[in-house]
Ligand binder design. Structure first.
Ligand code: FNR
Length: 379
């Protein structure tokens, strides 16, 4: 009722649906930044498959249940989180809004939604931490080639109050993104998204000329660091042993890899294909979620992203075994359209829709969302 009555308390002009946020963002942004966010790898098949996977399952509602009290909270690494939603790491937010990562971080902090800061953020991890106060935040690492730099990033994240490390491993090479190739658009080359690198003493010590005098050279060096095509399980184990924080591996789509991640020390898995931006023709994350949950046998939490657009999607992912989900593009469009307010609105809508969906399906707690919640569409 509140949402229908209030006219959105002064933000009535903001969109409601994902599609409308996307349209509005397209109106506001130049082609380069919009396509960078909007695009996928190759023919876009993985990106489409991510969305289509949710249509293979229907919610099987129950009736005559008292749903007057509702609880969306979950527990993760010993902390209670009010909703099973997080903001996915998205780099280089300055192409979307002048406040860059500070805006989504503050929006998330206000709602108690965990924020995952990208390694390639415009703002440094310390600036974002300061803006968030005590609010829950994780740091995402593209494991650098240089171990000393890895150590430095991990130490800085620990010192700045990030409470988990997300190692993203599906992007040691940039995917074949035709829109960006057409636009000749790669924001990192002009120093955007280099907040953590340019402020890092180890990174700076390896440069012959400081970034202030040669932005392009320093940016290229940082990108080379992130293109860690030599990365193996041994390196992952090194990271797990190096930090005292929980480490999650992001970019897992195969159950054998989920098991290997667990065996090499992962404290959590993020089933993700980078929103279909890396491997074209790859599997949809929701399709592989059950086999991954089965492989790790509830010993570590399994999170999922890529294609989450609305409340029904969130509940379907949870029913198939996810502890929580991450959203990417939806909040990026909110950021482009209305900064912190836009991200907050995207999140508030998503949370409200999820809560309503839960209640209308006859459940009052997220803990009741299990295998019985769904019916396969082809059955
Ligand atoms: C991303 N993603 C991403 N992932 C990551 O680990 N580090 C990063 O810096 C980025 N940067 C990034 C930029 C942009 C513009 C997008 C769209 C995505 C991937 C992101 O974390 C997440 O996996 C996907 O966005 C999830 O898919 P949806 O929600 O966008 O469909």
């Amino acid at each position: 009722m509140k949402f229908y009555e209030s006219g959105d308390e002064g933000v009535a002009l903001l969109p409601v649906s994902y599609k409308d946020w996307e349209v509005k963002a397209k109106e506001i942004l130049a082609a380069g930044p919009f396509d960078y966010v909007n695009g996928g790898a190759g023919a876009g098949d993985t990106m489409r498959a991510n969305l289509e996977a949710f249509q293979k399952h229907h919610i099987h509602a129950r009736i005559c249940c008292d749903v007057s009290e509702r609880d969306l909270s979950i527990e993760l690494f010993g902390k209670e989180i009010p909703v099973p939603i997080m903001l996915a790491p998205i780099g280089v937010n300055s192409i979307l809004h002048p406040e860059a990562e500070v805006a989504p971080a503050k929006a998330a902090a206000k709602l108690g939604v965990p924020y995952i800061l990208s390694n390639v953020s415009t703002k440094s991890m310390e600036e974002v931490a300061e803006a968030m106060g005590d609010a829950l935040r994780w740091f995402q690492l593209y494991p650098p080639m240089d171990q000393e730099l890895t150590d430095s990033f991990l130490k800085r994240a620990e010192d700045a109050g990030y409470s988990a490390i997300v190692v993203t491993i599906d992007s040691t090479l940039l995917g074949w993104r035709e829109k960006d190739l057409n636009n000749k658009y790669l924001p990192f080359l002009s120093g955007e998204g280099m907040g953590n690198y340019f402020s890092d003493p180890v990174f700076r010590s390896k440069l012959e000329v400081p970034p202030e005098q040669d932005v392009k050279g320093a940016s290229k060096k940082a990108l080379e660091e992130g293109n860690n095509v030599t990365f193996t399980w041994k390196d992952f184990e090194y990271i797990c042993n190096k930090t005292s924080l929980p480490v999650l591996l992001k970019g897992v789509t195969h159950s054998d890899d989920a098991l290997l991640a667990f065996e090499h020390g992962a404290d959590g898995i993020i089933v993700s294909n980078h929103g279909g931006r890396q491997l074209d023709g790859g599997v949809a994350t929701l399709d592989v979620l059950p086999s991954i949950c089965e492989a790790v046998e509830n010993r570590i939490p399994v999170l999922l992203d890529s294609g989450i657009r609305r409340g029904a999607d969130i509940l379907k992912a949870i029913a198939l075994g996810a502890t929580a989900v991450l959203i990417g593009r939806p909040f990026a469009y909110g950021l482009a359209v209305a900064g912190q307010t836009g991200v907050a609105k995207v999140l508030e809508n998503l949370i409200a829709e999820t809560e309503l969906q839960l209640a209308i399906s006859g459940r009052s707690s997220i803990k009741e969302v299990d295998g019985l919640f769904l019916k396969r569409a082809d059955e």
